[in-house]
Write a protein of this length. Structure first.
Length: 750
């Protein structure tokens, strides 16, 4: 093996590849056609290494003499299509032909910082498009400027007389033209070349690629089985490791909360070492690793271990049901104070209110359920480290790997693999630390794979919450003032401690979605931090997954109390044109006023928060009154993203968010007793199956000049739309997530 290991090629998916992939690649008589232009390929690695001749215009763009344009994708592709949408921005400003583009997955580098994502390189919170919208367009325009400068010098003509189109530079006065590849053969980056400014970028009217759908570059390989995910990595001489973890659910954070784990006290490894293929048992601060020649031997060795664990961790007494009861009591106790965000003079408005309404809501822990569980492969050689990882945070991975190896980040090369789902889980870095520690100990490449039970029972879950909402109503039937108190553990304190300190202990992740854009003059939002030892982490839609449920359910309840149509009531509180566009749009889509015998309609709205992408949804449901089961027959969604870089794909993203939201609304939950997670696999963690999915219709409305994030927008309004539809049909208000059939049955019978 070479001193610096290359990223694995397609041949790395060898005899151990899943049977489906072997079938798709070898079955006779099967022809797969893809709507993808020739040459539009996915590459892993360094653009400059892939094409060391030609022109490296900047950190983002390399052009070969053959005219191939290699564009770096700075963030991770985990199904959200970002490997197509982001390079498209560069190609637009470069005036490149899309069929000449080859997308390259960037490694870890400060050159690719996301300015709105903790100023690091990574993806999360639907911040890819919002963060890279300007930097990548500027990179494309700057590369175009380099080409123009070289062509002008070559022809001895003023730059102002040159134009670009379809990958060529032309000079009309002399009828000369050169392709970008021809220029790249002799070009250099001129010293002192001025940087392009935002004002010089193309106007919307001149866009050729942005706003027009292109085939996703990652899909063909994913369909034919040749795509390489982190779990597919194979290296010569690679060992495999499985890790036995304590039964109590703990999830150390190697950057900010390294002391949260439970260490082994006594290890009996005789049975494990007797397994053929097991090479070594290595104690860790939070578990016991079994290193073997192959994955299955490591699993059998893990099963044969006998370990006594240290005691005294606070999570040992954690009972998720009791915690929710305690949180609810705290939420309704005015003596318990938290961190406030307040506008107006709510106390005065409540004192003068014609009437006051109050409701309480709760949500349970939820699991990410990414199809690819956590894994990482590391190879430590002295002070140099190579790390192959399906990560949402390249620079975080680099930092953790360097610390574990005892080296500096510059000595760590991160190979970002395709992710089989992320949903916030793969911002976590524990598996990367484990792989590096074990490779260092074994002095060989080591791959750490978490099985589904590891992944499900040792997670950083969406926090359990209790929420109390109060509304002061005026005599003319308006909401004059609003109060919300939310009790939960903190995601930010554990995952990004510096951000926690900057916001003064107000967890913006947990409280996301709490502050709506409704025109209520007096609003108070209060976050009360309660830490109980179970790790809280990012999850699809973050806090909006439960705050919007509470807000929109309560708004619906108030409308019913006032005898107003819930859609009209929302429109009456919406002065923002984008809000009105999605609410009116979804009403038209669903034919809101048409009655459906035996079925109910419910509406919910979310202003998009930091994602800047308003979304309104209507759910059509029925309820089996014998067993309480909710059937969601159809969901309509209207979104106003502003600029839709890839419209059809944005609609697809909203649909997938709705799919995710249906599961969280109806079934998905993690329950914990005495610190032990009770669910272990998909037989008892109930994700929504294909036959249970509703018909979903999504429409883009409006067309503002906003730049938004659409990856998670579909999730938040689903649960309240369903709950409001159930209330419209049965008169029963559901106030807890998930809305399990047994709970619905009990509510109907109460």
């Amino acid at each position: 093996m070479s001193p610096r290991a290359p990223a694995p090629t397609r041949s790395a998916v060898g005899p151990e590849a899943p049977a489906r992939r072997r079938f798709m690649r070898t079955a006779p008589g099967i022809a797969l056609a893809f709507r993808v232009a020739p040459g539009l390929l996915l590459a892993m690695g360094d653009a400059r290494a892939a094409g060391d001749d030609g022109l490296t215009a900047n950190a983002w763009v390399h052009i070969t003499p053959r005219g191939t344009i290699l564009i770096q994708c700075p963030t991770s592709e985990m199904g959200q299509g970002i490997m197509t949408s982001l390079p498209l921005l560069v190609a637009e400003e470069l005036d490149a032909r899309w069929q000449d583009v080859r997308v390259v997955q960037a490694g870890a580098s400060p050159a690719f910082l996301n300015p709105v994502h903790f100023r690091t390189q990574g993806v999360g919170g639907s911040r890819s498009m919002r963060g890279y919208w300007l930097p990548m367009r500027l990179a494309g325009a700057q590369a175009r400027r380099v080409l123009l400068a070289n062509a002008a010098e070559h022809w001895s003509v003023p730059v102002a007389e040159l134009v670009t189109a379809d990958g060529r530079v032309s000079h009309a006065a002399t009828a000369r033209s050169m392709g970008y590849g021809q220029i790249a053969a002799f070009a250099r980056v001129p010293a002192g070349l001025a940087l392009v400014t935002e004002a010089e970028l193309k106007p919307r009217s001149a866009w050729r690629l942005i706003g027009r759908d292109q085939a996703r570059v990652d899909v063909p390989a994913k369909v034919n089985g040749t795509a390489i995910y982190g779990i597919d990595v194979r290296l010569d001489g690679m060992l495999h490791a499985s890790i036995l973890r304590p039964p109590v659910a703990t999830f150390p954070h190697p950057q900010f909360a390294p002391d949260i784990g439970i260490a082994p006290r006594v290890i009996d490894d005789r049975g494990a070492l007797a397994i053929d293929g097991v090479l070594k048992i290595i104690p860790l601060a939070h578990g016991v690793a079994v290193v073997a020649d192959d994955y299955w031997a490591s699993v059998l060795g893990k099963r044969a271990l006998k370990v006594e664990w240290q005691h005294g961790h606070r999570a040992e007494s954690y009972d998720s049901e009791k915690v929710l009861e305690e949180f609810a009591a705290i939420a309704r106790d005015p003596a318990r104070r938290g961190q406030l965000r307040e506008t107006g003079k709510g106390d005065e408005a409540f004192a003068m209110a014609a009437s006051i309404m109050a409701s309480e809501f709760a949500s349970e822990h939820a699991y990410h359920a990414a199809m690819e569980p956590q894994n990482a492969t590391a190879w430590v050689r002295g002070d140099a480290v190579d790390l192959w990882t399906p990560t949402q945070g390249q620079l975080w991975a680099q930092e953790v790997a360097a610390k574990a190896a005892g080296t500096v980040p510059a000595k760590v090369r991160v190979h970002t693999m395709l992710l089989g789902g992320g949903f916030g889980l793969k911002t976590e870095q524990l598996v990367n630390e484990e792989a590096v520690l074990l490779s260092k100990a074994m002095q060989r490449p080591v791959k750490v794979t978490w099985n589904r039970e590891d992944d499900m029972q040792n997670g950083a879950y969406r926090p359990a919450t209790a929420q109390r909402l109060e509304a002061a109503l005026s005599a003319d039937g308006r909401i004059a003032a609003w109060r919300m108190r939310l009790v939960a553990d903190s995601v930010t304190l554990r995952a990004r401690k510096q951000s926690w300190e900057q916001t003064r202990a107000y967890d913006v992740v947990v409280m996301s979605g709490a502050t709506s854009s409704y025109t209520i003059p007096h609003k108070r939002h209060e976050y009360i931090h309660e830490a109980r030892g179970i790790a809280a982490g990012y999850l699809n839609a973050n806090g909006a997954g439960f705050t919007v449920f509470a807000v929109e359910s309560f708004v619906d309840e108030i409308a019913a109390k006032l005898g107003q149509d819930p859609l009209a009531f929302r429109l009456g509180m919406s002065s923002n044109p984008r809000a009105r566009q999605v609410l009116e749009g979804v009403a038209e889509m669903a034919d809101w006023r048409r009655k459906r015998p035996g079925r109910g309609l419910g509406v919910a709205y979310y202003d998009g928060g930091e994602w800047n992408c308003p979304c309104a949804q209507v759910a059509e449901v029925s309820v089996d009154r014998l067993n309480g089961a909710i059937t969601v027959h159809k969901l309509w969604a209207a979104i106003e993203p502003g600029i839709a870089v890839q419209p059809a794909h944005l609609i697809q993203q909203a649909r997938t968010g709705i799919v995710y939201g249906v599961g969280l609304a109806l079934r998905e939950r993690i329950t914990i007793k005495a610190g032990v997670v009770q669910e272990a696999n998909f037989n008892d963690y109930q994700v929504t199956r294909a036959h249970e999915m509703p018909d979903i219709e999504v429409r883009i409305v409006g067309g503002s000049n906003s730049v938004s994030g659409g990856g998670q927008i579909g999730v938040a309004p689903v649960a309240p739309a369903i709950a409001n539809a159930v209330a419209a049909l049965t008169g029963v208000r559901l106030r807890r997530l998930p809305m399990l059939a047994g709970r619905v049955k009990a509510a109907l019978q109460a």
